[in-house]
Ligand binder design. Structure first.
Ligand SMILES: [Zn+2]
Length: 120
C-alpha cells in the first residue's frame, strides 16, 4: 500500500463498498425511471416532451453512474489483488488525499491530468 496505513486502506475499502451499493441503487432506480414513454398515453404533447427530456437526463446520469460503478468494481478487484492505490500508468502510489476524494481513482494526479490533456 502506498503511503496508506491499514486504517486508511480499510476505510477506503469500506468507502468503495458503500459507493458500489449506492451506484447500484441509483442504477436500479434509473432503470425504472427510464422506462420508455408510452406514446399512446393521454399526457399531452408538452408533457410528453418533458418526459422525453427528463428521460434523456436520467439516461445520461445512468451512463455516468454505470461508468463509475465499473471503476469502483475495478478498484475493489485491485484491493483483492493488493494492487490498490497504485497508479495503473506509472506504478507510483496514488496520493492519499486523492484516494479519499475518489476512492476508485486508478491513476495518480500527474497521469490523470496527462490523459485529460490528451483527450481534450
Ligand atoms: Zn501515475
Amino acid at each position: 500500500m502506498p503511503d496508506l496505513t491499514n486504517a486508511q486502506s480499510s476505510a477506503l475499502h469500506r468507502a468503495l463498498l458503500e459507493l458500489r451499493e449506492e451506484l447500484q441503487g441509483a442504477l436500479d432506480a434509473a432503470a425504472e425511471a427510464a422506462a420508455p414513454v408510452a406514446l399512446d398515453q393521454p399526457i399531452g404533447r408538452v408533457s410528453r416532451i418533458d418526459a422525453i427530456q427528463q428521460q434523456s437526463m436520467v439516461q445520461a446520469g445512468r451512463r455516468a453512474a454505470a461508468l463509475r460503478l465499473q471503476q469502483v468494481e475495478a478498484a475493489l478487484r485491485r484491493c483483492d489483488a493488493l494492487e490498490y492505490g497504485f497508479c495503473l500508468e506509472c506504478g507510483d502510489g496514488i496520493e492519499a488525499g486523492r484516494l479519499h476524494a475518489r476512492p476508485e481513482a486508478a491513476f495518480c494526479i500527474a497521469c490523470q491530468s496527462k490523459s485529460e490533456a490528451r483527450s481534450s
